[in-house]
Ligand binder design. Structure first.
Ligand code: ADP
Ligand code: MG
Length: 370
């Protein structure tokens, strides 16, 4: 049993402990931004490969739930990994979707998208209303959706629908639901009503989005949708979080030298603790350090337990982003294989036996020094 100081949500308490759902980790590699860019990332099925900078004869191979390559569309990601979660929210469960990765890797593109090619946030809202109006299963008698938009910056919660509020407290009610006290909640009845509120508020964040170390790359931007539905005279409270996380390169104090990555992770406390929380959940630990940062405290009732979470890991394919990519993949995947590409020279090749031997020799990650 978990200790009460970690205050699980009501939903987590109700869950059969054995059924704690993991955070699904997927990867999206954006297309190269220039035609002549040197690319260092290869993908196949559920694997991502980069070279090992410590030994260029080796390849590092990482495994994920799904990998989306540079040809993947917003629609591919939405229909495969996001859309199936919406039904859970309509049934009163909590859902969280976050984009993780260094600045420039495509987090905002994936979550927000463009006018012509909308990202996960507009697609979720549009599809949510479609599903509420034409339900697949039992229709609900009534529904209510509210929208909030907040940001965590320097461990402070700011209300983006009311920019005067820059340090709101996170609280827990008697049913272990987590909420931000004083946060603006706008009732929305359609996608259009959502976009009229969201458009102006999100502009603040995206203007200078590509400048390294600007406000937007150091803050976590969070869309919260509360979905209440009534079926058979019962009310169900679901919640959806859509999060464009701070740039993960903030984890590095030492620039691209790649030293002390874990330690300097504390520069962005919420991002660092999120990694610990996801690890703890995915390794089936009972003590989840939700309370150690603002972001994870907020997500306490929406990650782990019976909740449904997807982390979209965004990476850039260019060699110039190699160290960002290396760090991001190490953060996001706990299964790494080192593949030795040191192919034998012709004279070393043994005459073929009955079973041909694979030329690639694989080592486990533990063979690979720190
Ligand atoms: P981040 O939010 O992670 O800092 P952005 O979403 O701002 O990164 O992406 C950086 C640049 O790459 C932007 O110019 C964006 O339009 C472009 N980009 C990102 N992902 C894609 C994609 N999948 N297809 C095309 N362009 C992309
Ligand atoms: Mg961004």
């Amino acid at each position: 049993p978990q200790s009460s100081d970690h205050g699980e949500s009501a939903k987590n308490l109700l869950a059969d402990k054995k059924q704690t759902s993991k955070v699904k980790v997927i990867v999206r590699v954006r297309p190269p931004l220039t035609e002549d860019a040197k690319v260092c990332v290869e993908t196949s099925d559920s694997k991502v490969e980069i070279f090992n900078h410590r030994n260029i004869k080796e390849t590092l191979q990482y495994e994920f739930s799904s990998v989306f390559d540079k040809t993947s569309t917003q629609q591919d990601i939405f229909s495969t990994s996001i859309r199936p979660l919406l039904e859970h929210a309509i049934n009163g469960e909590n859902v969280s979707i976050f984009a993780y990765g260094p600045t420039g890797a495509g987090k905002t593109y994936t979550m927000l998208g463009t006018e012509k090619d909308p990202g996960m946030i507009p697609r979720v809202v549009r599809t949510l209303f479609q599903s509420l109006h034409t339900p697949q299963g039992k229709p609900c008698e009534k529904h209510m959706v509210t929208f909030s938009f907040l940001e965590i910056y320097n461990e402070k919660v700011q209300d983006l629908l009311n920019p005067k509020e820059t340090d709101l407290p996170i609280r827990e009610d008697s049913s272990h639901n987590i909420f931000v006290a004083g946060l603006t909640e706008k009732l929305i009845g359609s996608y259009r009503e959502f976009s009229l509120l969201f458009g102006p508020a999100s502009n603040n964040r995206t203007v200078a989005a590509t400048k390294l170390n600007d406000h937007s790359s150091r803050s976590h931007s969070i869309v919260q949708l509360k979905v209440d539905t009534w079926k058979d005279n019962k009310v169900f409270h679901g919640k959806i979080y859509l999060i464009d996380l701070a740039g993960s390169e903030d984890n590095r104090r030492t620039g691209n030298s790649g030293v002390r990555l874990k330690e300097s992770g504390a520069i962005n406390k919420s991002l660092f603790v999120l990694g610990e929380v996801v690890d703890a959940i995915n390794n089936g630990l009972t003590r989840i350090p939700y309370r150690n940062s603002k972001l994870t405290r907020l997500l306490q009732d929406s990650v782990g337990g019976t909740c449904h979470s997807v982390m979209i890991t965004n990476i850039s394919p260019e060699e110039s982003f190699y160290f960002d990519t290396y760090c991001t993949l190490n953060f996001a995947s706990k299964s790494r294989r080192v593949i030795n590409n040191n192919l034998p020279s012709i004279s070393d090749v043994q005459p073929p036996s009955e079973k041909p031997r694979a030329l690639k020799r694989s080592k486990s990650a533990s063979d690979f020094g720190p």
